[in-house]
Design a binder for this molecule. Sequence first.
Ligand code: BMA
Length: 350
Amino acid sequence: MKNVTYILLGLVLTACSQAPTPAQALIERMTELSKKGIMFGHQDDPFYGTTWQWEKGRSDTYELVGDYPGVMGFDLGGLEEKHDKNLDSVPFDWMREEAINHVKNGGIITFSWHPRNPRTGSNAWDVSDPTTVLNILPGGEQHELFVEWMNDVATFLETLVDENGQPIPFILRPWHEYNGSWFWWGWKNCTNEQWLALWNMFQDYMNERMPTNIVWCCSPNLDGNFTTEYLESRFPEKERVDILGYDTYQWGTENDFVTQSKADIEFLYAYAQAHNMLFTISECGIQNSPVADWWTRVFLPLTEGKEVCYFLPWRNWHKEHFGAAKGLKTEEDFIKLYNNPRTLFLKDLQ
Ligand code: BMA
């Protein structure tokens, strides 16, 4: 009997010690959700839309389909300058409030970071100094400054807690679109080794500060030429990536976009599956909705037959919007997309 008691106690203790962390639980949940359908995400959904700005309670998505995005994206750029608003003028206090609220309502949140160039002081798109990454690594001239910046980011992210003060899970997606060269951490602006050292330094720092609630997403950009050798020449160690993300915008012709995105998605999806990563379209869209049936005819078929976690059109700023809204040419088509049983919005997550 005594032995049985000990065995039972042992089982209970093992079960408790194996309780998943918030990050593991989120990964598990997204794995299940991606078997059901593809979540709709939107950058900065609660702050502004195509015709309005900074009105609490509004959302272009909600006003069009009566439901909120399943995933909401926010950007941390500006924290490193100790600003109270991000690079797109979103107040960080309000961002925190929406992020916590969205998780409380059953939604999922993801953060990107467009930090300023730590070497020149200009913005994330300043690629004038190819020694930028080198100089923020240990031993570099801007290393201490950059550690301070990481502290600023971590200090904000640590405030993402539930009513009981427990950390809530979120997706963190740094150093994105690195196969392009438009950011200071981009392809031609640092070496593979420097980029990898940057990824590891940032990830190790954040994981030390928040060991249980970060889900890591690594997002290359539309390319058209992925091979294993090419992807792996600049990619974190596989166990450091939970989600393989893919950013894809239609800037040129529809044919180029579809051909390249199709090839990229085939490749990256297979890669993610082979390496136990989730797959997502972490940014997407066509600027200012010029094609009426873009969502259902051009975009959604790219994800057909695959377990894709979510797709996240970028922000609806009046001059450059990527999501849906009333009054846009894509209005009807987006309602059709919403009604497609494959797409998941907040109500489907609750
Ligand atoms: C970019 C553009 C910029 C914006 C940045 C961060 O792709 O939308 O205007 O500042 O994302 O949101």
